[in-house]
Design a protein around this ligand. Structure first.
Ligand SMILES: [Zn+2]
Length: 199
């Protein structure tokens, strides 16, 4: 099954977010487990409920809004007990802040809304595999579950690169579910960077 489903859609335009992003289709579950056999736990997305899909759609809405602001189109939401408590899109350009990734902003907003420095019991949905900075923030915030859409082979830090949650220095690892609405999440990025290419 190793050759099934792998397809390179890029490279895209070099971005402010993760240098050059290379998306690929989701690998078979067996191949993914081989790559990262210990933490974090991963489960088949085939069992994902429509409700979870709707939460990822909300994150996709944030990504589309970010694209409308000429920001790298990544969106994130945070859910607690079935309710969205925070949402954000990438705002690095608007805020002149390289740390203003969607996940970071969503975590800050959720903490403010809930009056807590930790988000135990909260789940984060994000359209792109988190980078190392965001993975660390997710760990520090004690996020319960992480759902992400497109993989980021160049800048990701969950299933690729440093695999932050699998390191011995990581003291809280969320449950991780990848590939949720992956095609839609990758397509937004592909279109955005295609539009940036020099003719
Ligand atoms: Zn990030």
């Amino acid at each position: 099954m190793s050759g099934i489903g792998r397809r390179t859609l890029a490279p895209f335009w070099p971005c402010l977010y993760h240098r050059i992003i290379v998306m690929k289709t989701r690998k078979p579950v067996g191949a993914r487990n081989e790559r990262c056999p210990d933490r974090p736990a991963k489960q088949s997305l085939a069992i994902m409920s429509e409700r979870k899909r709707s939460f990822m759609e909300a994150a996709l809405d944030e990504a589309r809004a970010a694209a409308g602001r000429d920001e790298t189109p990544v969106g994130a939401i945070i859910v607690r007990e079935g309710t969205i408590v925070a949402r954000a899109g990438n705002e690095t350009r608007a805020l002149n802040d390289p740390t203003a990734h969607a996940e970071i902003l969503a975590i800050r907003r959720a903490c403010a809304a809930l009056g807590s420095e930790r988000l135990s019991g909260c789940d984060l949905y994000v359209t792109l595999e988190p980078c190392a900075m965001c993975a660390a923030a997710i760990s520090f915030a004690r996020i319960r579950r992480l759902y992400f859409g497109a993989s980021d082979e160049k800048g990701g830090a969950v299933e690729t690169g440093p695999r932050f949650f699998s390191q011995s220095t990581c003291h809280h690892a969320p449950e991780v579910y990848s590939g949720l609405a992956e095609t839609d999440c990758a397509e937004i990025l592909r279109r955005f960077f295609k539009g940036k290419r020099v003719p």
